[in-house]
Design a protein around this ligand. Structure first.
Ligand SMILES: [Zn+2]
Ligand SMILES: [Zn+2]
Length: 156
């Protein structure tokens, strides 16, 4: 990636930048994401937490239900409460799901996969070539080898 991706909340109290490209990008159509965002889906860029540099503010974690039932910590601006990223499954803050809509240029990341399409809103039409799954998917089949290696390095 030629230029690093940067983003932040709505009020400007928090800001961040990604030190590299993400490992993978999800577009999640699950009912939990719909409820949390008030939208049709959420777009999450999966990246190592230490590759997310906070430029301003200190985001605060809020424990929130997730589709898996294990919950997720959503990190929010302490002032405007906009969600910047989350960690899933009660894991330590090692892997972040950065909300692509909070990037200054969200169009620079395209979803690599659409998940939980079983609850996709009926009027949402997915691009024909886009991989889509009723629920979750097999990471080993879908992720590029470099990204799998990054994930293994993170949790290995
Ligand atoms: Zn804010
Ligand atoms: Zn979801």
């Amino acid at each position: 990636m030629s230029e690093q991706l940067a983003g932040g909340c709505a009020c400007g109290a928090t800001g961040y930048r990604l030190k590299s490209a993400p490992m993978f990008v999800h577009c999640c159509h699950c009912t939990a994401c719909q409820t949390e965002t008030g939208g049709a889906f959420v777009i999450n860029a999966l990246i190592e937490s230490d590759r997310v540099e906070t430029l301003a503010g200190v985001p605060e974690p809020v424990m929130t239900p997730s589709e898996s039932g294990r919950g997720q910590q959503i990190w929010r601006c302490p002032v405007c409460r906009v969600a910047l990223w989350s960690n899933y499954g009660g894991a330590a803050d090692m892997l972040r799901f950065v909300r692509v809509g909070t990037l200054d240029e969200p169009g620079r990341l395209t979803p690599d996969v659409h998940i939980y399409t079983r609850s996709k809103l009926p009027w949402v039409r997915l691009p024909e070539a886009a991989p889509a799954f009723e629920a979750y998917y097999d990471r080993k089949q879908m992720w590029p080898p470099e990204s799998l290696a990054r994930l293994a390095a993170l949790f290995g």
